[in-house]
Design a protein around this ligand. Structure first.
Ligand SMILES: [Zn+2]
Length: 137
């Protein structure tokens, strides 16, 4: 379990950053854990309502990789998608490879973010800055 808690720690840290979303690769990099382990844990955190996940459909066109769609569910009909930037057209045959183009992006839920923020403020209040103490001696 301990290794998995490392993921939670990094998530709590990121929650205080001014970022809207993050990818499992970032957590994997910071924890040094395999991406599969990270991904599984992050999905568990979505069940806890700490995180929510969105699926980004990225264009597989050469040097394109733009996000074409952001989905709440993984289900999508690729044949309806067309990239207006590079002209890549998904055909029906692409349906089977949908997971190759879909990337999970995680967001920290508003309530959980707020909870962590309050917690952070309280911790800072309890530990007054050192320079204040110098004057007491
Ligand atoms: Zn494209």
């Amino acid at each position: 379990m301990a290794l998995v808690w490392k993921i939670d720690e990094v998530v709590n840290e990121i929650a205080l950053w001014p970022v809207k979303k993050f990818y499992p690769t970032l957590i994997a990099k910071r924890t040094g854990l395999p991406i599969d382990t990270v991904f599984t844990r992050l999905l568990e955190l979505t069940k806890d309502h700490k995180l929510c996940v969105k699926w980004e459909l990225r264009c597989p066109g050469d040097n394109c990789a733009r996000t074409l769609l952001v989905l709440d569910e993984k289900a999508v009909k690729l044949r309806d998608v067309f990239c207006q930037y590079c002209g890549h057209d998904f055909c029906e045959g692409d349906d089977g490879d949908v997971y190759d183009y879909i990337y999970p992006a995680f967001e920290v839920c508003k309530d959980y973010k707020e909870y962590l923020r309050q917690l952070d403020l309280q911790t800072k209040k309890k530990q007054p800055p050192m320079k204040g103490k110098k004057h007491l001696n």
